[in-house]
Write a protein that binds this ligand. Structure first.
Ligand code: UT7
Length: 329
């Protein structure tokens, strides 16, 4: 048996996603704040976003996305040995959203936990699940990115409330002899925490008035934009260099969907035409942890992404956190 034949890889066996029914358009927002469809579209690429219904929680969205991914993979909930939810908007402080989703799916008994890495939550969760599978400890993992970001927006702050939406995406990873996830590269830098954060918390105290903030997302958009472009340039180069691959080897870029201009900058860096970049930000807005798996699922179900193709996934978010995953689908 050759060395490569003995190696275990984590392969995507199925994808799924879920978006709440309610659509909020730019024109809807322009009725309540000083903004316009034109400004939002030209600065961000966003036309509309989804908003969870009253009472609909992150675990509800995650459950639907997870159920669809399991169905697509042809595995049952009882096959799942590891369930990770990337989220920064958990239903509760505890138990974790992953535990709530596990019970809804009927996957009781498997290891289940959340990862909070803001918009990079799904990427971090994917990297962790990949390690468990490569190490031979788990054969089937369900990895979900799910958010209800609209629950913590200040709807009078036009600099943030126009950007975010709710949604969830999921992948089932299975152990396989064939290459799946090739490499993951995750990073964080807490030095810039105040550029994008929600400064209300348990240990820091439930005292929203202290920050004159309420429970809401605060962002220095312009500064985040500049760091995001630079950092994503570096992380995609890192993935290519680590695997000694030319830019032309990538079939599809599946980026975090924060701003079309950031996506275009990364595509340019990779010398990729926009036809080979999956874009959902126009319809989803920024769904944080949900964004990459939502885009992936849409690309798979539309038939764009085909088996055997090389995909580069990347994300950047609060923390700061960022990362990439190179995989053969
Ligand atoms: O997923 C996590 C990572 N997050 C991101 O990557 C977000 C990164 N940042 C961005 O996407 C962009 O910085 C924004 C879309 C948030 C803002 O775009 P920008 O081109 O950086 O605009 P800006 O913040 O420099 O603001 C330009 C002007 C300002 O007016 P003045 O000061 O020039 O008069 C803002 O007050 O646009 C104004 N503005 C708006 N006008 C209409 C800000 N938000 C709005 C709005 N509608 N919604």
């Amino acid at each position: 048996m050759t060395q490569s034949a003995r190696r275990i890889f984590a392969r995507i066996a199925g994808t799924g996603s879920y978006l709440p029914d309610k659509v909020l358009s730019n024109d809807d927002l322009a009725k309540t704040i000083d903004t316009s469809d034109e400004w939002i579209r030209t600065r961000t690429g966003i036309r509309e976003r989804r908003v969870a219904a009253d009472g609909q929680t992150t675990s509800d969205l995650a459950f639907e996305a997870g159920r669809r991914a399991l169905e697509a993979a042809g595995v049952t909930a009882s096959d799942v040995q590891l369930l990770i939810v990337g989220t920064t908007t958990p239903d509760l402080i505890f138990p974790s959203t992953a535990c709530l989703v596990q019970h809804k799916l009927g996957a009781n008994g498997c290891m289940a936990f959340d990862v909070n890495a803001a918009c990079s939550g799904f990427m971090y969760a994917l990297a962790i699940a990949d390690q468990f599978i490569r190490a031979g400890n788990v054969r089937t993992a369900l990895v979900i990115g799910a958010e209800t970001l609209t629950r913590m927006l200040d709807w009078s702050d036009r600099g943030t409330c126009v950007l975010f939406g709710d949604g969830a995406g999921a992948v089932v990873l299975k152990a396989d002899d064939e290459t799946g996830i090739i490499s993951t590269h995750m990073h964080a830098d807490g030095a810039h925490k105040e550029l994008l954060w929600n400064p209300v918390g348990v240990s820091a105290g439930f005292r929203p008035e202290q920050h004159n903030a309420g429970v809401r997302v605060l962002m220095s958009g312009n500064e985040v934009f500049k760091v995001a472009v630079k950092t994503l340039d570096a992380v995609v180069e890192e993935a290519l260099a680590a695997n000694d691959l030319p830019r032309s080897a990538i079939d599809w870029l599946i980026p975090h969907q924060a701003n079309l201009r950031i996506i275009q900058a990364t595509a340019k860096r990779l010398e990729m035409p926009m036809e080979r970049v999956i874009v959902t930000v126009d319809r989803h807005g920024n769904t944080s942890s949900g964004s990459v798996p939502l885009a992936l699922d849409e690309a798979v179900r539309s038939g764009k992404v085909q088996r055997g193709q090389l995909l580069l996934l990347e994300a950047f978010g609060g923390g700061f956190t960022w990362g990439s995953a190179l995989l053969r689908y």
